[in-house]
Design a protein around this ligand. Structure first.
Ligand code: PLP
Length: 375
């Protein structure tokens, strides 16, 4: 199997240490060694979320389990909810609200546009919602929504806020305690640089108390945050068998994050974002996300119709570098570069140099010399 450089928006390459953590002997999930590993992982997750005060959850599942757990645990059938939809994952959040019986409203934004706090304020004046669902970084367009301002609007209106941080935490500033969101979740395989398979959630005491007082019972066993809470406090409690290898790798990845420090990690990702955006400008491509709202974890760009596939293929076959195309309707016209996790500016610069050469060879206007010189 080729050991390619993954520049897709998840999963990302694992460090050697994380890989070997997964390759050790099978640990029983009932036993002192796993209990202490798990406790440490939850405590490290707190650091990644900057969550000292509120309950922190880590359990098996992908980011979608985080989306669905938040909805199922918080929203009763017939509740009014609002989703700010800035792309594919915003749509998914809306869909999940509908599936679980919410009277689900949305504010839809055009591709590349960010969610506007003024729109949210106006909507919150019109109706009392149970919760507002917001994507921090919309991976399909690389828009970074103004999360602090949006959450502040929810707080002012006394509405719960649920934030999809799957493509932000560990790569872009997000401070759960200071922002004051009610639920935030991410997944292990993106900026945290773990293997796919763990979902990480922070939830305020206030939202958990609300869940406890709900009249309608929570219609899920596995995705019920209230059932997971005692397991987080005491891992000896059994709810479902955890993906132990995934959690072992996550512990290593989160330890690396803490060693780097969250501030330095955010700064490194800012550099990765700047380097990528400069290269895109040098190639003459247009960024999808509006200026001022561009993520430092993923960069989406428009390319000439029909060229996304050939660029992706040549880059992988000749250079072992994997980038992503746009999702569904955008698959022929958009490329997305994921730049997070353990990626260094030097490795990214070299990979973008290769991409520049591929574009040149395909006659798509790249100028690799400029890219290398400016990075
Ligand atoms: C912003 C966002 N939310 C949710 C998800 C869903 O996560 P998963 O694919 O791990 O279920 C993704 C996946 O890429 C994402 O980027």
């Amino acid at each position: 199997m080729k050991d390619n450089l993954l520049l897709i928006p998840g999963p990302t390459n694992l460090s050697r240490r994380a890989r070997s953590a997964m390759a050790g002997p099978q640990l029983p999930h009932v036993g002192a060694e796993f209990y202490s590993t798990f406790k440490e992982t939850v405590s490290l997750a707190r650091y990644a979320f900057q969550n000292e005060r509120s309950p922190q959850f880590v359990y098996t599942g992908s980011g979608t389990i985080g989306m669905e757990s938040s909805i199922v645990s918080l929203v009763s059938r017939g509740d009014h909810t609002l989703t700010l939809s800035t792309g594919y994952f915003g749509h998914r959040m809306l869909l999940l609200n509908q599936i679980h019986g919410a009277k689900a409203d949305s504010i839809e934004y055009k591709e590349g546009a960010h969610a506007d706090p003024d729109d949210l304020r106006a909507r919150l004046r019109k109706r009392k919602y149970t919760a507002v669902f917001i994507t921090h970084v919309e991976t399909s367009t690389s828009v970074a929504n103004p999360i602090r301002e949006l959450v502040a609007e929810c707080q002012n209106a006394g509405v719960f806020s649920v934030i999809d941080c799957v493509c932000s935490i560990g790569g872009m500033p997000f401070d759960f305690d200071r922002i004051g969101a009610d639920i935030a979740f991410t997944a292990s395989q993106k900026a945290l640089a773990g293997a796919p398979g763990a979902v990480l959630v922070a939830a305020s005491d206030r939202v958990l108390q609300y869940m406890e007082r709900r009249e309608q019972p929570i219609e899920s066993y596995y995705m019920n945050l209230l059932r997971w809470k005692p397991v987080m406090e005491d891992p000896k409690m059994y709810l479902a068998t955890p993906a132990t290898q995934v959690l072992l790798a996550l512990r290593v990845a989160l330890t690396d994050l803490k060693t780097e420090t969250i501030e330095r990690r955010w700064a490194r990702h800012k550099r990765l974002g700047d380097i990528t955006r400069r290269s895109v400008a040098d190639w003459g491509f247009r960024l999808v996300a509006d200026e001022g709202f561009r993520a430092d974890t993923v960069t989406a760009m428009w390319v000439k119709n029909g060229t996304a596939g050939p660029i992706q293929k040549k880059l992988e076959e000749e250079h072992g570098i994997v980038v992503a195309r746009g999702i569904y309707d955008d698959k022929d016209t958009m490329l997305r570069i994921g730049h997070f996790g353990n990626l260094t500016p030097r490795r990214l610069t070299s990979a973008l140099g290769s991409m520049g050469r591929v574009l040149d060879e395909l006659g798509l206007g790249a100028n690799p010399q400029t890219v290398v010189a400016r990075a």
